[in-house]
Design a protein around this ligand. Structure first.
Ligand code: FAD
Length: 467
């Protein structure tokens, strides 16, 4: 079969690219090696982790905050198999949704491993070993990523696990030793901490979520410590071993002292690497980058081979589903001859702990490094009527604005529904709004978003109303 576009991989990058190509009238095929569409995000990433985050938050609230609302419960229990069953149903509904969208948009799907024979010819190797070949005028590589491993710490998928296994545990760990204080580890760590596990985080850097504004990491650590999680920052893991149901994790303190922690599970969450195995890149003369094994692309997402594009986790930039989606749309429109644009500075980053953490634009550290003169306005949720009513008073909104022009340069939020609140900041910054602009816009009362307005008031002549 001959197509205008062949997409390899059906994650948020691949399936969005395929749908947009089809919308633009291009004859499109999508190849996926697994039986379900949706990639990491829908199967073992964003969606299942959020299902478990919500379930565990319900339990935590029932156990710890319902009584203050005047709701009394007896014999509260965690039914882990049911929680996992519900998570699986959520995944199933979402992946089935992609099948529906493919049919609706007349996209031909192939199940199997796609690999290059030449730049226009893709061989599909199916689970039963049979092969089929299709051709595409353009090919989009959207093969995503897989968990990184530490070379001295083999994953056995039973006691030493990655995020994928952490989404299918049928018991609550007694003691989960978490290696890595980044987004994925902290989200999953907080799931099990809320369900009653002791969670110890070992992080090599001197702060958690190290790529975000430092103020957010500090506040998040405070909140997660209140939840019962413990942190070993600046510590370096050197190895781990399993004996029966016990895992021993060895690590060095910043001073070089030898330390160890024993737990029943060890979750290794030290980042992800691009997935290009078995793609046959050598057949088209494409090499991957030394670090992170990513595929190099130009500003049009085109590789060094004409007509072969790459998007999402497999290329440079943040490993986020919405970044992959934006690139999916971008590349489809580029192939169709349009001139799309992505503002990489305004791709928000979110941590779905509770409270949530969300950030867009420049951090204070980046502005300092660039020598940009900026001003800051902060507003704590404890001064928000809505937050007091819901009992979610941890956290703050911090707005960074240019000292001279007042243009908003960065917004950093830790607080209730921060993941949704950050959208206002993205829109404002995309239209290059000033802090004064946001201060003068009506924000419904009582909502968490009033904290954004108050932070903008604080950034402009220090005039917040409620603090
Ligand atoms: P993927 O989603 O990885 O999809 C790639 C697809 O390609 C896979 O289905 C794979 O099977 C297929 N494939 C690979 N090679 C071949 C081949 N040769 N032939 C055929 N098919 C192939 N991001 C967020 O923005 N928000 C979140 O809340 C969030 N939570 C996360 C939670 C966890 C636990 C994890 C692990 C990740 C999370 N992410 C989140 C990251 C997000 O999942 C990824 O950034 C996103 O899935 C990347 O999309 P993609 O299309 O590039 O690749």
């Amino acid at each position: 079969m001959q197509y205008d576009v062949v997409v390899i991989g059906s994650g948020p990058g691949g399936y969005v690219a395929a749908i947009r190509c089809a919308q633009l009238g291009l004859k499109t095929a999508c190849i996926e090696k697994y039986a379900t569409f949706g990639g990491t995000c829908l199967n073992v990433g964003c969606i299942p982790s959020k299902a478990l985050l919500d379930s565990s938050e319900h339990y935590h609230n029932a156990a710890h905050t319902f009584a203050t609302h005047g709701i009394k419960l007896k014999d509260l229990k965690v039914d882990m198999p049911q929680m996992i069953k519900r998570k699986n149903e959520v995944v199933q509904k979402n992946t089935a949704g992609i099948s529906f969208l493919f049919k609706k948009n007349k996209i031909t799907s192939y199940q199997g491993m796609g690999s290059f024979v030449d730049k226009n010819t893709i061989k599909i190797t199916k689970a039963d070993g049979t092969e089929e070949t299709i051709t595409g005028t353009n090919v989009i590589i959207a093969t995503g990523s897989k968990p990184s491993q530490l070379p001295f710490l083999p994953i056995d998928k039973k006691r030493i696990i990655t995020s994928t296994e952490a989404l299918t545990l049928t018991e609550v760990p007694k003691h989960l030793v978490l290696i890595g204080g980044g987004v994925i580890g902290l989200e999953l760590g907080s799931v099990y901490a809320r369900l009653g596990a002791k969670v110890s985080v070992i992080e090599f850097m001197d702060g958690i979520v190290p790529t975000m504004d430092k103020g957010l990491g500090k506040e998040l650590q405070k909140v997660l410590t209140k939840l019962g999680m413990e942190f070993y920052l600046g510590h370096k893991v050197t190895g781990a071993s399993v004996k029966g149901k016990e895992v021993t994790v060895n690590f060095d303190s910043p001073k070089g002292d030898k330390m160890e922690l024993k737990g029943d599970y060890c979750l290794v969450a030290v980042g992800r690497v691009a997935y290009t195995d078995s793609l046959g890149l050598e057949n088209i003369g494409l090499k991957v980058e030394e670090r992170g094994r990513k595929i190099t692309v130009n500003d049009h997402m085109e590789t060094s081979v004409k007509g072969v594009y790459a998007i999402g986790d497999v290329v440079r930039g943040a490993m986020l589903a919405h970044k992959a989606e934006d690139e999916g749309t971008f590349v489809a429109e580029t192939i169709a001859g349009q001139k799309p644009h992505i503002n990489y500075n305004l791709i928000p980053g979110v941590v779905y702990t509770w409270p949530e953490v969300a950030s867009v634009g420049q951090t204070e550290e980046q502005l300092k490094e660039k020598g940009v003169k900026y001003k800051t306005g902060s507003f704590p949720f404890k001064a928000s009527g809505r937050a007091v009513a819901s009992g979610d008073m941890d956290g703050f909104v911090k707005v960074l604005a240019d000292s001279t022009t007042d243009e908003i340069l960065g917004v950093h939020i830790i607080g209730p529904r921060a993941a949704d609140m950050i959208a206002e900041a993205v829109v404002a910054m995309e239209y290059r709004a000033s802090a004064e602009d946001i201060s003068r816009m009506s924000h419904a009362h009582p909502t968490y978003t009033e904290a954004m307005r108050e932070a903008c008031l604080a950034a402009t002549d220090n005039r917040p109303i409620h603090i």
